[in-house]
Design a protein. Structure first.
Length: 138
């Protein structure tokens, strides 16, 4: 083999290794970016998710409250505990304090209201009502 062929082979191997390293770096960067995304995103929670329970529809606002309606007539049962005694599970539509930013801390009254309602108003008497994104805040 002459020197030119050896030189071309060496540069070819270095080029392929360099390409593999760059592709690996781009893959890791994309993977780490995807891994740090919040689900559901904060914008979704601020404008939609934190306002009403899953499968309920935001039908309006009254002052500092949002009005949510159980349009699918999902049956709710009250969890028979002392702290749930005055939580209105059978109210349709239901009024919740409006949330204007997200995330909120766990001691915020708006979050506590939703967490109590979610815990007290269940679909089978024991499992909390589905409210995506709120689980980590309760």
């Amino acid at each position: 083999m002459d020197a030119n062929k050896i030189l071309i082979s060496v540069f070819g191997i270095i080029g392929v290794l360099f390409l593999i390293i760059i592709l690996y770096y781009l893959y890791r960067r994309a993977y780490n970016k995807h891994k740090t995304l919040d689900f559901p995103p904060n914008d979704y929670m601020k404008y939609v998710g934190a306002q009403c329970p899953d499968y309920w529809e935001l039908v309006g606002r009254e002052g500092n409250n949002v009005i949510c309606q159980n349009k699918f007539n999902i049956p709710l049962k009250s969890n028979n505990t002392e702290k749930c005694k005055f939580v209105p599970c059978d109210r349709n539509p239901m009024s919740f304090m409006a949330i204007n930013n997200w995330p909120l801390n766990k001691n915020n009254a708006r979050i506590r209201q939703r967490c109590l309602w979610r815990e007290c108003c269940t679909t089978n008497g024991s499992t909390p009502t589905s409210w995506i994104g709120l689980e980590d805040s309760c």
